[in-house]
Design a protein around this ligand. Structure first.
Ligand code: NAP
Length: 246
């Protein structure tokens, strides 16, 4: 195996799966975390094995909003034979739950769940797996978004938890002396054909006038992982959208 071991959360489908695919094809062993997408993840792994002629990864399953599940997942990662041997080369905090919801109608429980998913799980996973990252000379990448500094209707719960994740990562980039920590901020990334109609309106605001592809996010993550002098960056992959008014 040319690369090291990389853990990606929420990697059974869409952007996470594209990132897993790219890293597996580049020689990494990818621990594909899922909550429910077991079948797509199995397909992702068997296709990668067919293409590359080797076992390219494994599945770890957990609901990241449940403390016991999170702890069990940490142990599963730590006890994996390859992690024991060589540590971790990367953790990609990608898992997310996007929904629009009026501020006045969004319950505290919904908000807490999103904070657990976007902030607490990345906090705990990074903290608990730090010794493994150190042994593997690894780095951390969080997938945030381009909402920073602006108001987005119906998204206060989502954008504020992503802002927390972004600040957590930037803080760690300064605080951890030996682990590079960065973010990728996707703009309008079309991960499925059914999103085309929604994106038509969004693209009027994007200087490049086209949506990104899941593979663009995968390439950005890969670039950050293999460039150890990069730390504390938020790499916007958004066709210039964040340069314009929301
Ligand atoms: N798509 C875009 O245009 C866009 C734009 C800006 C930012 N982003 C960010 O880019 C990343 C990937 O985007 P995406 O659209 O591919 O993400 P997504 O499909 O919304 O979510 C990725 C995965 O997160 C997992 N997940 C959800 N709730 C979970 C929970 N409670 N515990 C564990 N896992 C959970 C799901 O896993 P299962 O399927 O296994 O249940 C899901 O497949 C996200 O962080 C997103 O916020 C995307």
């Amino acid at each position: 195996m040319a690369g090291g071991v990389v853990l990606i959360t929420g990697a059974g489908q869409r952007l996470g799966a594209a990132t897993a695919r790219r890293l597996m094809d580049a020689g990494y062993f990818v621990m594909v975390h899922v909550r429910t997408s077991v079948e797509p993840a199995e397909e992702l792994l068997s296709e990668a094995e067919r293409r590359n002629g080797r076992v390219c990864g494994c599945i770890v399953q957990a609901d990241l909003t449940v403390d016991d599940a999170l702890e069990a997942m940490v142990n599963q990662v730590k006890e994996h034979r390859l992690v024991v041997q060589q540590g971790l080369f990367g953790i990609i905090h990608n898992a997310s739950f996007y929904s629009q919801s009026n501020f006045e109608e969004t319950s505290l429980e919904q908000y807490r769940n999103l904070n657990r998913l976007h902030m607490e799980a990345p906090y705990f996973l990074t903290q608990q797996l730090l010794p493994d990252l150190r042994r593997g000379q690894g780095s951390v990448v969080a997938i945030v978004d381009t909402s920073w500094g602006r108001a987005w209707s119906g998204l206060a719960h989502y954008t504020s938890s992503k802002a927390g994740l972004r600040q957590l990562m930037l803080n760690l980039a300064g605080e951890l002396s030996d682990i590079p920590v960065n973010c990728v901020a996707p703009g309008a990334i079309m991960a499925a054909d059914w999103e085309a109609e929604h994106f038509t309106k969004v693209l009027e605001k994007v200087p490049l006038g086209r949506s990104g592809k899941a593979e663009d996010i995968a390439a950005a993550v890969h670039h950050l992982l293999v460039t150890p002098s990069l730390s504390g960056h938020v790499l916007h992959v958004d066709g210039g959208w964040s340069m314009n008014e929301g």
